[in-house]
Write a protein that binds this ligand. Structure first.
Ligand SMILES: [Zn+2]
Length: 247
């Protein structure tokens, strides 16, 4: 059984017996890993505080028969520190790590792009970016669209999701995977304004310059559509989405 090093972001931790924890972590080189960290719940353990959610750590992993063992964990950055007391940002980060856990399903398959996306989104939530701190809803919705895209189901926003005719189109159906033309639209599918559609395209492509002067109502309308899209595509949805605290 081999031993290797990697860095990762802690997604989830569970108790295991008296002193151990099972940790789910998204690593830079080895994708998602689940393993046991021994002794982390003893107050004397140097592991404990480093293995909280949103912590970015360097770790040594020993492959086990059933579960890997995390034999060494060294903290790089507590990405959650800037928002530990800020409930809107903290609950938003919880949604992000739950999405990462769901959208990177295979353990041990490299997921570098998702790792970089998650670290970037948690940084944007905490420290902000070079042009300031963005609304949490905007950071989350961009993360959702780009994470879905990496998982292979980007919403189709520039053409009709049914017939493929070139857009922009004026209707958005989460269950069809994107915008629909007026011929393909089933009854009851709501309209989407061209401004909101443009905003979603900016979030998906990471074109932040286009999102600087977005009114609150458009951010809210975009959020409703993005989250309906996510919930439609994920079995059982994202639990933590319902616990999110609004700014
Ligand atoms: Zn169509």
């Amino acid at each position: 059984m081999g031993t290797f090093n990697d860095e990762g972001v802690v997604l989830r931790t569970h108790r295991l017996g008296e002193a151990d924890r099972i940790i789910t972590i998204l690593t830079r080189q080895h994708g998602k890993l689940r393993g046991v960290a021994k002794g982390v719940r003893r107050t004397s353990s140097k592991f404990g505080a480093r293995l909280e959610p949103f912590a970015q750590v360097d770790l040594q992993i020993t492959e086990g028969r059933n579960l890997d063992i995390f034999t060494s964990v060294v903290s790089k950055t507590l990405l959650g520190r800037p928002f530990l007391d800020d409930f809107p940002r903290f609950t938003t980060a919880e949604v992000m790590v739950e999405i990462a856990d769901k959208l990177v399903p295979e353990e041990g398959i490299p997921a570098l792009q998702h790792y970089l996306l998650l670290v970037g989104a948690l940084r944007a939530l905490g420290e902000g970016t070079s042009d300031g701190v963005r609304p949490t809803a905007m950071i989350l919705d961009s993360y959702i669209l780009r994470a879905a895209s990496l998982a292979g189901y980007a919403p189709q926003l520039d053409s009709c999701a049914i017939c493929g005719s070139e857009g922009p189109h004026g209707y958005f159906a989460p269950s069809s995977g994107g915008t629909l033309c007026s011929r393909c639209r089933p009854a009851g599918v709501p309209a989407i304004s061209s401004a909101t559609l443009g905003y979603l395209i900016s979030l998906l492509t990471g074109d932040w310059i286009q999102t600087r002067e977005i009114p609150e109502t458009r951010i809210t309308e975009g959020s409703t559509l993005v989250r309906a899209f996510l919930n439609w595509h994920l079995e059982r949805g994202i639990k933590s989405l319902s616990h999110i605290v609004r700014e």
